[in-house]
Ligand binder design. Sequence first.
Ligand code: ZN
Length: 58
Amino acid sequence: MKASQDIAKIQLTEEFRICPKCGYELGFHSSFQRDENGYRIILICPECGARYDVGWRM
Ligand SMILES: [Zn+2]
């Protein structure tokens, strides 16, 4: 299975727990990706590998 290289932008509502791509519902792993202003926090679905950018920066 090919992990998606695309990072989907997600607009957070009350809770972001269920993967929109595969329906996995137990939450996400996180990773940190360097960008020009520091790091952005990327959420990764442990089931299908889909990656989501929820707009968090650090
Ligand atoms: Zn998934």
